[in-house]
Design a protein around this ligand. Structure first.
Ligand SMILES: [Zn+2]
Length: 182
């Protein structure tokens, strides 16, 4: 009986995951849908090697826009254009601790919605790759994910970090948007 009691907790977690996937599938009208696609939450990978800080953020476009298909109205086209403008500025997504003196050297944003020459299948995602060069990497004590600012659509960000102090996984929220690195 004890074994059964122990296994019920992960069982409940698994059920929660299944219901999330089902609700997202329902939203997709039965069209193709990736398991990683969830509304209101995204994932990030952070790595620091020498002076080079890399941050990758990926998740459902719903984290950034109120729609995930080709824009159909002027309001949606304006929203998409505004997002593409925001994505030219790394600080709109993430801000490294100032004393580390990190400068953006590369910023790439990819989404099916940015290439409307092709039809958008199902729900669109967004992937952003940011590279910084930090003059003082030992002072990189934290990263603030402005993508979790209050009023934004992203509520949760699952972050994996690889750095001099090893590997770890942290979940950030709008109430706790700062990744501590030391
Ligand atoms: Zn979706």
């Amino acid at each position: 009986m004890r074994v059964l009691a122990k296994s019920s907790f992960p069982g409940r977690l698994l059920l929660a995951g299944v219901s999330l996937t089902v609700s997202c599938l329902a939203l997709a009208d039965g069209r193709g849908h990736s398991h990683a696609h969830a509304h209101g939450q995204a994932a990030a990978e952070v790595s620091l090697q020498g002076k080079v800080l890399k941050v990758e953020i990926h998740g459902a476009m719903d984290n950034f826009l109120s729609f995930e298909h080709e824009p159909k109205t002027d309001a949606q086209r304006a929203q998409l254009k505004a997002l593409q403008d925001h994505l030219k500025d790394a600080a709109w997504l993430v801000v490294p601790a100032a004393q580390a003196q990190c400068k953006v050297t590369s910023l790439k944003a990819e989404s099916a919605l940015f290439d409307l020459g092709k039809p958008v299948a199902g729900h669109a995602d967004l992937k952003v790759d940011l590279v910084f060069e930090c003059a003082n990497p030992s002072a990189l004590t934290s990263l603030r994910f402005t993508s979790l600012d209050k009023g934004r659509r992203m509520k949760k960000l699952m972050v994996e970090t690889v750095g001099p102090s090893g590997q770890k996984a942290v979940t950030l929220t709008q109430a706790k948007p700062v990744l501590e690195l030391k």
